[in-house]
Design a protein around this ligand. Structure first.
Ligand SMILES: *[C@@H]1O[C@H](CO)[C@@H](O)[C@H](O)[C@H]1NC(C)=O
Ligand SMILES: *[C@@H]1O[C@H](CO)[C@@H](O)[C@H](O)[C@H]1NC(C)=O
Length: 283
């Protein structure tokens, strides 16, 4: 195994029990053999991916890491694992002092009821450019062990930074995800993208222009100052102009339409419920 155990215990959040971290950085990617936990076989799409692509999604679904997963989770399994995934991520970032905020589908879920939308199978967050440098420098390949309500014996999550995060060029299309927070038990992950100054736009006089490698662009005042809120019961940061950001990305209807993806929003309970009894959806 690539990891070495750190003896100190981190105190934040009752969940956290310990941390392991990588040895000296090696000049190769974190292949199956170096990170494998329980699988006998690598299910990553690495073989079919272009060489320049760093993160390899699984061969069976783009929202799983095939080094840790051999199958898609069921609707109920996902609904149990995703909140733990985001809680442990937020606890860790809070603990190491790394600023992060919700974006995309996770921000929309926050808008409705401060939760992950039940049909979602991924979570999207952003960090600033200085934070991605910090994570790359000190926490790449760090494994964090947490006790969660569903796994009281503890389970492991890994923070992995794409070495191509330093390439700030939207033509590097295969590496728009700058880092991932991955559940080493089932391969679910959080996509972490860095928001950086758009130097071209700034040179043209747009002082607050920001960009991500995935081509999303913002103004500084859209995101900052970040707002404090809660998500899945944990403290979280939200971009300042969240409604405008959501409307631009998903349209005005996304903020008012109460039937979506086979679910209806129950205003009283503040929950998305499957429209049909027994309905189960794989996103
Ligand atoms: C993180 O570690 C992996 C495995 O050693 C390595 O392939 C990758 O280049 C590292 N990322 C950064 C940003 O150094
Ligand atoms: C950066 O700004 C330039 C000039 O406004 C624009 O053409 C380009 O699309 C922007 N890049 C991104 C990734 O937003």
């Amino acid at each position: 195994m690539l990891f070495r155990h750190i003896t100190h215990l981190l105190s934040l959040a009752c969940l956290l029990v310990g941390v392991t971290t990588a040895g000296p950085i090696k000049k190769r990617d974190a292949d199956f053999e170096s990170v494998r936990t329980k699988l006998d076989k690598d299910h990553s799409g690495k073989g079919g991916d272009p060489r320049s692509k760093y993160f390899h999604e699984s061969i069976f679904h783009p929202h799983y890491d095939g080094r840790f997963a051999g199958r898609e989770l069921t609707y109920d399994e996902k609904r149990e694992s995703l909140p733990d995934l985001v809680r442990t991520y937020l606890a860790t970032m809070g603990n190491i002092g790394a600023e992060t905020w919700l974006m995309h589908g996770s921000l929309l879920g926050w808008w409705w009821n401060r939760k992950i939308m039940p049909w979602d199978s991924d979570i999207d967050v952003q960090v600033s450019e200085s934070t991605i440098h910090f994570l790359a420098e000190y926490y790449n390949m760090t494994v964090f062990r947490y006790k969660t309500p569903s796994v009281p014996t503890g389970k492991e999550y890994m923070l992995e930074v794409n070495p191509r995060y330093t390439i700030v060029d939207i033509r590097d299309k295969l590496n728009v995800i700058d880092a991932r927070w991955t559940d080493m038990d089932n391969g679910l992950f959080i996509d972490i993208t860095a928001v950086r100054p758009n130097e071209t736009a700034r040179a043209e006089g747009n002082a607050g222009a920001l960009m991500c490698k995935d081509r999303h662009h913002y103004q500084e005042e859209d995101i900052f100052p970040l707002r404090d809120s809660y998500f899945e019961g944990m403290p979280v940061k939200i971009p300042y102009s969240y409604a405008a950001i959501l409307e631009e990305e998903y349209g005005k209807k996304s903020l008012i339409k109460t039937v979506f993806q086979g679910h209806r929003f129950n205003q009283e309970k503040k929950e998305w419920e499957p429209v049909r009894q027994g309905f189960r959806q794989h996103a």
